[in-house]
Design a protein around this ligand. Structure first.
Ligand code: PHB
Length: 397
């Protein structure tokens, strides 16, 4: 017997290949006055190098709603899923499919910064409640912040700054950064360089390769030539699995660091090759609070795999949505009141305390972790209630 999520996933994947990327559960939608369901569009990658990230986010979102008996603030929730394939050129059209074609009430997405920027442009015009459960493009909560767009993950620069700070505080003096050449990688290594340099470190070289290629060998040879004290890398999903394995096989003798996306969700796939990789992230498997313990148990019981940061971000997306829905009794047409409640939301997350900045980005703790025996073990808290500067955002708090 297939679970509902397995069935829906199969349909999304089947439909995507045929060019019809939207999979909806068939239903008749009565109006809100009749107590109709709230239609939530999930625009996420279900194929390509970030497929596992989209899956983890979706699982946590579905688990949250299931635990609430299928309804939030009195509204039944239905999902429409769209595989955005982490393809920026398709971002605008896919967003329009959900907003105009499917007439979703709420939009959730996405993972890839380039797709998220295309998506935000359309969502901002449409004005519907939109929550970004991963993509870190800095501008989304800086100069291009918007009243109706909220982020439950991080800004790329925010993670980079925390990682650079941790490396400098560990007494490291030289690094080479190596990443994918698009907003996420570039902004993470820029944040890293800023904080690492401020802490007395020096970035010897920044190397990039196109997203989502996984030809790492020539960069690894270049890193060997530079002989930095550490390599600092952002790769994620399927690309991170190959990178960590290739890096270990190259036997450079240079410790590998990165933002925690490098090791989250890939622990089992990389096995012993990942042991010793040090990363900084707004989550660690063993964050010690009751919310994390309950979340890890429930998620693992439901899906037979442990959760990762992406699942946590999906979970908190629903906490934020529920806070907004509760403020308006489930009536999303009361947009100003809903956004006001979301702008001041504060809740307990598996990651630790979650507050939201005036620019709609999480204010959160960052942790130094080390991958050991398949777990991202917390070494220490690097920054407490750390906020991205939100530079250029004109929203009132
Ligand atoms: C992004 O494109 O913003 C992105 C993608 C994957 C991650 C983190 C950030 O793990």
């Amino acid at each position: 017997m297939k679970s509902r999520s397995q069935l829906s996933r199969r349909r999304v994947l089947a439909l995507t290949g045929a060019g019809a990327a939207v999979a909806a559960f068939p239903f008749v939608r009565p109006s809100f006055a009749q107590g109709g369901p709230l239609k939530v569009g999930l625009m996420l990658p279900y194929s390509g190098t970030y497929a596992q990230l989209g899956e983890a986010i979706t699982r946590a979102i579905e688990l949250y709603v299931k635990q609430k008996g299928g309804a939030l603030a009195g509204r039944q929730i239905t999902f429409v899923k769209l595989d955005d394939e982490s393809e920026p050129p398709k971002g605008a059209e896919n967003t329009t499919k959900l907003i105009e074609g499917e007439k979703v009430d709420v939009l959730i997405g996405t993972v890839h910064s380039g797709v998220a920027m295309a998506m935000a442009k359309i969502a901002r015009e449409a004005g519907l409640p939109t929550i970004n459960p991963n993509a870190g493009a800095d501008v989304l909560t800086r100069a291009l912040c918007a009243k109706n767009i909220f982020r439950t993950s991080f800004a790329n620069g925010q993670v980079g700054l925390a990682t650079g700070k941790a490396a400098a505080e560990a007494g490291i003096k030289t690094a080479v950064s190596f990443t994918w050449d698009y907003a996420a990688g570039k902004e993470m290594i820029a944040g890293f360089a800023e904080a690492f340099t401020a802490g007395g470190g020096k970035v010897l070289k920044e190397i990039t390769i196109p997203f989502p290629t996984v030809e790492f060998q020539s960069a690894l040879a270049e890193i060997a030539n530079w002989q930095p004290e550490i390599t600092h890398s952002f790769f994620s999903g399927g690309g991170a699995v190959k990178y960590i394995k290739d890096y270990a096989a190259a036997k450079l003798g240079i410790p590998l660091w990165g933002p925690g996306f490098l090791t989250d969700g890939v622990e089992a796939a990389v096995g012993a090759a990942g042991d010793g990789v040090k990363t900084v992230l707004h989550y660690a498997d063993d964050v010690d609070n009751p919310e994390n313990k309950a979340f890890r148990k429930d998620y693992t019981d439901a899906y037979k795999v442990p959760p990762d940061v992406f699942a946590v971000q999906g979970w908190d997306t629903m906490q934020l949505l529920e806070a907004g829905l509760k403020a308006v009794g489930g009536d999303v047409s009361k947009r100003d009141a809903m956004f006001a409640a979301m702008s001041t939301a504060s809740f307990k997350s598996p990651r630790g305390p979650f507050d939201i900045s005036a620019a709609h980005n999480p204010i959160q703790n960052f942790y130094l972790r080390e991958l050991k025996g398949g777990k991202n073990v917390l070494i220490k808290t690097v920054a407490t209630k750390f906020s991205d500067p939100g530079t250029g955002c004109k929203l009132a708090s």
